[in-house]
Design a protein around this ligand. Structure first.
Ligand code: HEM
Length: 442
């Protein structure tokens, strides 16, 4: 560390935030004010923890990519998630993480993912076939049901709609991460009704994933196929994965994979409902690229659709911030970051910073056309570096397939608020329904 490096500036002493944030705008205002007053790398204290916001793309890149080995996911994350998925890919560190990542990576190769597109399309079709001309649809509910089914069918070979335990556990686990809990950063020791229900549902979910594994083990290799469940079961049989690692990874993939993607789709629909001309242009693209059904081969050609998704993920990043902890003293952007400091990397702040984005609040997908003159990490909805989202390609393929399937058959307009209230919970969620009126194409 250089002799002159200093700790990042920030408000002194007493905590500058209360211990609950009712709405996301409170959190976002806090970080945006911190950036305005102290710059993109700024310090603060919250509940006795020394924390530092990292909101400059070059510093984000240093943390996630160039100097990634100086950082761990850290206490804040572990405390919140260790019960449910402490031995899974999202939380583990070091050699254990590296081995798990290497083992599951082939399940996310492009060729493998291409084989999921027919299932993604069929599931999207089931959703739109329930819609009627002139009906009002709540986007988040419809997209959550769709992504949950896609995940279950493609990665685990189960129809989760037939398994109420998954929906019940999902509700109980997500309830535990409501806004105030998530931001309280406190360990889960208090036996509140929410926490009791959480424990009960987590136990049921573990029994369920064990049962799924038992059903697979009873099948012949030919019957088993090679989805993610079979891959994980195979590793347990070869003693390359413990039973805890198996369970925690099943739960990791169930939870990391569906709410985020559903939110990405919901916000893309919101943006397109607010921008009917762009919606028309996407529909023209889908009509010209996809004759008949949407196929895996079509997806790379749906370029405009891809840019609209990127732009929706910029404005409304489902993962709106995440954490790291300095494992040793490091220098970052000329500042000294002591070992043990919690870092917050806020996509929301960087994605809406006028330093990198003209007119940042406006939906303008053409920003992503051609070579843009901005740092790579000005847009990081899927994180970056070795721990970037392993499901990124899966999510992008699914979002394109579902959007294209909807656009082929329907026009939609917004019935609810143009700028819905947002809730900064475990993910960035709408705090009120996002209602679309659906019109069949004539
Ligand atoms: C739009 C949808 C999604 C978004 C915005 C998203 C976002 C992210 C982000 C930001 C991270 C990095 C977190 C960190 O570095 O601390 C991450 C990691 C991860 N994501 Fe996603 N994700 C999405 C979809 C998915 C899907 C579909 C899956 C699985 C099927 C998935 C599984 C994971 C896993 C397992 C990790 C941990 C990877 C590791 O640490 O090696 N995600 N995701």
């Amino acid at each position: 560390m250089s002799a002159n490096a200093s700790y990042p500036p920030g408000p002194d002493g007493v905590p500058v935030v209360g211990n609950t944030f009712a709405l996301s705008r409170d959190i976002f205002e806090f970080y945006e004010r911190l950036r305005e007053e102290y710059g993109p790398i700024a310090s603060y204290r919250v509940f006795g923890t020394d924390a530092c916001m990292v909101a400059h793309p070059d510093a984000v890149r240093r943390v996630l990519l160039d100097d990634h080995d100086a950082f761990v996911k850290g206490d804040v994350l572990t405390r919140n998630l260790e019960d449910a998925m402490g031995e899974g890919l999202f939380v583990t560190e070091g050699e254990q993480w590296r081995q798990q990542r290497t083992r599951v990576q082939p399940s996310f190769y492009r060729e493998r993912l291409n084989t999921y597109v027919p299932e993604m399309r069929a599931t999207a079709r089931e959703t739109v076939e329930e819609w009627r001309d002139g009906a009002v649809v709540e986007a988040n509910e419809a997209m959550t049901a769709t992504t949950m089914k896609v995940l279950g069918r493609t990665l685990f070979g189960v129809d989760v709609t037939d398994e109420p335990v998954v929906a019940d556990a999902s509700a109980a686990i997500l309830a535990r991460f409501d806004t105030s809990r998530f931001w309280s950063f406190l360990p889960d020791t208090v036996p509140t009704p929410t926490n009791r229900r959480y424990r009960r549902e987590l136990d049921r979910l573990r029994e369920f994933v064990d049962e799924l594994a038992a059903r697979r083990r009873a099948q012949s290799p030919a019957e088993r196929g090679d989805d993610l469940l079979s891959t994980l079961v195979g590793f347990v049989e070869a003693s390359d994965l413990s039973r805890e690692e198996f369970r925690d990874n099943m739960i990791t993939f169930l939870f990391a994979g569906h709410e985020t993607t559903a939110l990405g789709l919901t916000y893309a629909l919101l943006c397109l409902a607010r921008n009917p001309d762009e919606q028309t242009r996407l529909r023209e693209e889908v009509d010209s690229v996809c004759e008949g059904a949407v196929e895996a081969d079509h997806l790379p050609e749906l370029e405009r659709t891809g840019r609209a998704i990127d732009e929706a993920l910029r404005l409304y990043p489902p993962v709106y911030m995440f954490f790291r902890e300095a494992a040793r003293d490091v220098e970052l952007g000329g500042y000294e970051i002591p070992a043990g400091t919690t870092l917050v990397l806020p996509q929301w702040v960087v994605h809406r910073d006028a330093a990198w984005w003209d007119d940042p609040a406006t939906f303008r997908p053409e920003r992503f056309a051609g070579d843009a003159d901005r740092p790579e990490y000005a847009h990081f909805p899927f994180g970056g570096g070795p721990r970037h989202c392993i499901g990124m390609r899966f999510a992008r393929m699914e979002m394109k397939t579902v959007l294209a399937t909807i656009l082929r058959d329907y026009r939609f307009e917004l019935v609810s608020a143009a700028e819905p209230e947002l809730v900064a919970s475990s993910n960035l969620k709408p705090g009120e329904p996002i209602e679309l009126r659906i019109h069949e194409r004539g």
